[in-house]
Design a protein around this ligand. Structure first.
Ligand code: 0WD
Length: 272
């Protein structure tokens, strides 16, 4: 029997096989979870690329719910949760693995971010968690769990992360407020702060190879983390193994976030 046998939930944010949401999904499925999925709406209904990519990954799990969902659209989110209630009744978990900012705003500088760019990035990358939690609490069972994805750039200045860092700070604060509000209902809300991984979203942030090198040099484990490691911890936070944990931002980053200065061997490597 798996950790998720008899448990059901929704996953928002699989774009392709590199998506963090996909790696968490694989672990959830291995543990027996029944999962419904949403994908970003396709611009051209004749060529449903987002839906096709998602289906290629998840069809073998025979999901009862696959829908498009634009988290900027309240009516669309309502449709997803209405359908989820019809399909599953109550659910046990929700994974929110969604972020977006225009390239211009990701490149920075932050002081050049437009009002519209700020609203867009905050809406998709932060407000969407609140919007999902509002609906999810109506169908989540006591003991249920909501998980979102964040990055160190929300706690510290990471040059190059710019507007998304501000979104992640707001997302982590939202996680805490939601944890406080949903806790009495027995619902946990946590954030997983992952080290850099090559995905569609991170390719937009840029300098991903340099970030990998940084984690190799500075993190206590002296290496970047893997999709699989992030997938495992995502599954754990959504499971009963984490039943006493809420409002937490948990790092899966090889310990990078604890460092306040470079380790001694970083200078030796440079001197070579
Ligand atoms: O290094 C990384 N890749 C890290 C990512 C390190 C730490 C955290 N994260 C975070 C991201 O900021 C994001 O919150 O993890 C989350 C997932 O990111 P990912 O797996 O790196 O990226 P990706 O595979 O691109 O999934 C993000 C998805 C979108 O993908 P695209 O690339 O098509 O924009 O967010 C979804 C979409 O599927 N998305 C939306 N979903 C619904 N409505 C919307 C929207 N309006 N916009 C984007």
């Amino acid at each position: 029997m798996g950790l998720f046998t008899g448990k059901k939930g929704l996953v928002f944010g699989i774009a392709n096989e590199r998506s963090i949401a996909w790696h968490i999904t694989s672990k959830l499925a291995e543990e027996g979870a029944e999962i419904g999925f949403t994908h970003l709406p396709d611009k051209d209904p004749e060529r449903p690329r987002n839906e096709r990519r998602l289906r290629q990954l998840v069809d073998s799990m025979s999901p009862k719910l696959i829908m498009s969902c634009d988290v900027q659209n309240d009516a669309n989110i309502d449709e997803v949760f209405t359908k989820a209630k019809e399909t599953y009744g109550e659910i046990d978990f929700v994974l929110h693995s969604i972020a977006f900012a225009t390239l211009e705003d990701l490149k920075g500088p932050v002081y050049n971010c437009s009002r519209e760019g700020f609203k867009l990035a905050m809406d998709i990358s932060c407000y969407s968690l609140i919007a999902l939690a509002k609906r999810a609490r109506q169908i989540l069972k006591p003991g249920g769990s909501i998980l979102t994805m964040t990055y160190l750039g929300g706690e510290k200045v990471i040059p190059g992360y710019n507007m998304m860092g501000i979104c992640k700070a707001a997302l982590e604060s939202s996680t805490e407020y939601l944890a406080h509000e949903l806790g009495p209902q027995g619902i946990r809300v946590n954030a997983l702060s992952a080290g850099p991984l090559k995905t569609l979203a991170s390719s937009a942030v840029g300098e991903i190879d340099m970030m990998m090198k940084l984690y190799e040099t500075f993190s206590p484990l002296r290496r970047p983390v893997t999709h699989d490691e992030v997938g495992k911890m995502g599954m754990v936070l959504l499971s009963d193994l984490a039943s006493g944990t809420t409002g937490e931002t948990l790092h899966v980053d090889g310990g990078f976030h604890i460092m306040g200065g470079p380790p001694e061997d970083a200078f030796k490597a440079q001197a070579k």
